[in-house]
Design a protein around this ligand. Structure first.
Ligand SMILES: [Zn+2]
Length: 425
């Protein structure tokens, strides 16, 4: 679908003249029903980026968003995403994230996780209630399409970490009713649902706790299928990921992951996992997070050592980025590290997209930033730079139809498939 055009009338007029000329020359495609492919259309990167609906499936938020002027999305914030940056960069929509970090699995821990989750739900709804002319909230794919067609930005909600339900299955439907349309089964650290790809040393995790999905975890997946919440298999262990993907009655989403074959980070998906998502008719959202796109196993230890040195030179026991990151010693050290381990670029990022598309097909791959949650790469480090991704896809020969699928069509189609499964249960 296309959205309301904001191009200037002069340009639109020129396009129409060009279209007429082509028609008169008999060169128009034979009865194409796809308006996007009309002859004589402006096919510059800017025009394609303007026409396709761009969707970022993982943007973190602060719980004080809108309350605290520092996190007011209607102003020019220090965040990677705010409404102005979305408008400037042509980022049309996002799943804003109710993220709660893994903590202790006690009644008190569950209660606190629920409190934190509710604060973030409120923050996201405050944004759309506060700026109704600029962004609308979508509960369904049809609402999503309607808001996008009106020219406004679209907000949806994803939950990151099933820890927020504790042991209470009823919270899944409650969170659904608050707008959540996907939930990542686990985050860093195992929870009651399944094993994480990153066990937590602080919480005393063994490498594996459940051998994948727990008994409770299967009930969680059943309930998510029933209410129509997408099962997100990013962040979880390989076994959990494969078991959940096979078990779920609805196709799964990987809301923010990379390609293991290109970068050996434990958060990335290997080819077997990618194929499993494709075979299940799911979607893998490829994430523009530097460490996942270009992982250097030795880099973290060197970075930790540099930070320890800088902290020690300042007379402190521990690294404090607010206090130490501006020091000349740190900047010089980072220059050396960046030269040794070049940061990920948009080209490196699109290599991951290419790999996934070649392996599992154009209908099963999407784009995500993880902005304000660790995401960002050189060239796509805020919503304002979103067009650079489209430019690289165009440069690699992706058609507009394919770009539209990768940017949002695939995820919206998945959302509809998940709704259809729920309706049939
Ligand atoms: Zn994450």
């Amino acid at each position: 679908m296309t959205k309301q055009s904001t191009r200037n009338p002069l340009l639109t007029g020129m396009v129409s003249v060009a279209a007429l000329l082509l028609v008169s020359c008999g060169e128009q495609g034979s009865g194409s029903s796809d308006g996007d492919m009309a002859a004589g259309q402006d096919n510059s990167v800017e025009a394609i980026h303007e026409r396709v609906i761009t969707l970022d499936t993982h943007v973190d938020i602060h719980e004080d968003m809108t309350f605290d002027p520092v996190y007011d999305p209607g102003t020019d914030t220090q965040q990677q995403v705010d409404l102005g940056k979305m408008e400037a960069g042509g980022l049309d929509s996002a799943f804003f994230i109710v993220y709660v970090g893994q903590d202790v699995r006690t009644p008190e821990g569950y209660a606190m996780a629920e409190v934190k989750a509710r604060r973030k739900f409120s923050a996201i709804h405050r944004m759309t209630e506060h700026y109704p002319d600029r962004i609308g909230f979508a509960n369904t794919p049809d609402e999503f399409d309607a808001i996008a067609a009106s020219g406004r930005k679209v907000a949806a909600i994803g939950i990151e970490n099933g820890y927020v339900i504790g042991k209470n299955l009823a919270l899944i439907e409650e969170y659904y009713n608050m707008g959540a349309r996907y939930m990542t089964l686990a985050h860093n650290g195992h929870n009651d649902i399944c094993d994480s790809s990153g066990p937590s040393a602080r919480l005393g995790d063994a490498e594996e706790e459940h051998g994948g999905v727990s008994e409770f975890g299967y009930q969680v997946i059943d309930e998510m299928n029933r209410v129509g919440m997408m099962v997100d298999i990013s962040h979880v262990s390989i076994k959990c990921m494969l078991q959940a993907t096979e078990y779920s009655k609805a196709p799964v989403i990987a809301s923010h992951s990379g390609v293991w074959e290109l970068s050996k980070h434990r958060r990335n998906l290997n080819d077997e996992q990618l194929k499993a998502v494709g075979a299940a008719n799911g979607v893998v959202q490829i994430v523009g997070l530097d460490d996942f796109v270009k992982y250097y196993p030795a880099k973290q230890a060197e970075l930790d050592a540099l930070r320890a040195d800088v902290a020690m030179a300042a007379g402190d026991a521990d690294w404090d980025s607010g206090k130490h990151a501006a020091s000349e010693q740190y900047k010089a050290g980072m220059e050396v590290l960046d030269a040794k381990y070049p940061p990920a670029t948009v080209k490196d990022f699109v290599d991951h997209i290419d790999h996934a598309v070649k392996l599992i097909g154009i209908d099963h791959v999407g784009i995500v930033s993880d902005f304000d949650g660790g995401g960002g790469i050189q060239g796509w480090d805020s919503a304002a730079e979103t067009m650079n991704v489209t430019a690289e896809l165009v440069a690699r020969g992706y058609s507009e139809e394919d770009i539209a699928k990768i940017w949002s069509g695939n995820t919206l189609a998945l959302w509809r498939r998940v709704d259809a499964v729920a309706a049939g249960l």
